[in-house]
Design a protein around this ligand. Structure first.
Ligand SMILES: Cc1cc2nc3c(=O)[nH]c(=O)nc-3n(C[C@H](O)[C@H](O)[C@H](O)COP(=O)(O)OP(=O)(O)OC[C@H]3O[C@@H](n4cnc5c(N)ncnc54)[C@H](O)[C@@H]3O)c2cc1C
Length: 381
């Protein structure tokens, strides 16, 4: 008799769970898995963006059907620095992830509209019923992480439809020539089409509080600078920026494997998780041993390694948040953007070399040296 249990249950069909399921469906058709999502579509209502250099060449094919927009270059703007960077930028849309998953997965490989009440290493409980699996992966997205020292990247983004072409030709990843009262603040714009533009008002802030209504009016005003437009979509995000803490806050000793934000797989300075989710999806599909303990060990070890490798970003984050007054934080980024393009690309890909780190810290610091050194030394204030 064949085992009726799926070898793998993936809890949560968002970015990380969805990419893992796609990688398995494509590269390991022999693996019987079940992807469970509480909503009636995969991925929520999201736009996930990334730089070309964030993604390994061998992972691009998996992502290609999900990419809704690509631009060859992008701009940044600060009070004393403007620059065009020849680094490509891309946006993935969740409706394309949803479509791809429905096309690639067999009907028995996913369940939508099913809320998981509880997880264990070998089963999940859905609506009071137990579903057994050889292994369970928690990919239910960000959760509480007491014990982590966090700041926040928070934003409201609005997509506008224009009556006539808006003439914005390329993404503006950071326009920090705006008021800086609540920490480092910038506008982020993505021209999805000649008549469609997304603008986000983003704050690097000490608190996660956000007043979307108050920000909407300012966004409408920024949109109106490019012509007559109406808002057709809105997104709100509050992403963690890691200042310090122990990964064990996210990985208790419960034998459950984790992917995505649930496993701490995100860039410590941007809170973005797409590159890690993609790399992890491939890693998972490459494994011969997909038993629960083996996967939990594998992903935990990877999370620990990335956590250690990325310590430098925690240090930079502390410098940004603890050594600079909110109104002056933009200077740290303005200073950063003097660097060679390759260093900037590796910064966003979280793959800095020793030389990159030296370059980032060299030159006249944009913040008080004493405070910078204290912030770099301290784990928490
Ligand atoms: C508005 C916004 C914009 C962002 N933009 C970017 C970006 O441009 N680039 C980037 O790299 N990162 C971005 N991020 C950060 C991060 O990459 C995303 O949050 C990403 O979606 C995290 O992936 P994930 O799979 O961990 O969680 P999610 O994508 O949130 O997926 C978790 C899934 O689990 C499901 N779920 C939760 N609980 C249960 C349950 N009990 N039972 C069943 N299902 C459950 C949820 O419905 C959801 O579909 C953004 C985040 C936000 C909020």
């Amino acid at each position: 008799m064949t085992d009726p249990r799926p070898a793998l249950i993936i809890a949560g069909g968002g970015l990380a769970g969805g990419l893992a399921a796609l990688a398995l469906a494509k590269r390991r058709p022999d693996v019987d898995f079940l992807l469970i999502e509480q909503e009636h579509a995969f991925g929520g209502n999201h736009i996930w963006s990334f730089f070309d250099s964030d993604v390994a060449v061998e992972d691009r094919a998996l992502l290609a059907p999900l990419v809704a927009a690509h631009w060859d270059d992008h701009d940044i703007r600060f009070p004393r620095r403007k620059r065009r960077l020849a680094l490509g930028y891309n946006s993935v849309r969740s409706d394309l992830l949803d479509r791809e998953l429905r096309q690639r997965l067999r009907p028995g490989q996913y369940r939508l509209g099913c809320t998981i009440d509880r997880l264990a290493p070998d089963h999940v409980i859905v609506g009071g019923k137990r579903i057994d699996g050889g292994a369970v992966i928690d990919a239910r997205g960000p959760g509480p992480a007491p014990g982590l020292d966090l700041a926040w990247q928070k934003f409201v983004g609005r997509t506008y439809r224009y009556a006539a072409p808006h003439a914005v030709e390329r993404p503006v990843i950071m326009d920090a020539t705006v008021d800086q009262s609540d920490g480092y603040r910038f506008l982020y714009s993505l021209p999805f089409a000649a008549d469609e533009l997304m603008i986000e008002d983003t704050f690097y802030s000490d608190t996660p509080d956000l007043d979307p209504e108050a920000l909407a009016a300012g966004l409408d005003q920024a949109a109106a600078a490019h012509g007559s437009a109406k808002c057709v979509e809105e997104e709100i995000g509050v992403l963690p920026i890691l200042l310090g803490g122990d990964l064990a806050a996210l990985w208790p000793d419960d034998g459950i494997a984790r992917l995505g934000m649930a496993g701490g797989f995100f860039h410590p300075t941007t809170g973005y998780s797409l590159p890690d989710a993609l790399a992890n999806a491939r890693l998972l599909a490459e494994q011969r041993d997909l038993s629960g303990p083996a996967i939990a060990r594998l992903l935990r070890a990877r999370a620990e390694r990335l956590w250690d490798d990325r310590h430098f970003f925690q240090l930079l984050n502390r410098m940004l948040f603890r050594a600079a007054d909110p109104r002056e934080r933009y200077r740290v980024l303005e200073h950063f953007y003097r660097l060679p393009l390759a260093t900037i690309a590796r910064f966003y890909a979280a793959r800095l070399t020793a030389l990159d780190k030296l370059r980032i810290l060299s030159g006249r610091p944009p913040v008080a040296v004493g405070r910078a050194l204290a912030a770099m030394r301290k784990q928490a204030a």
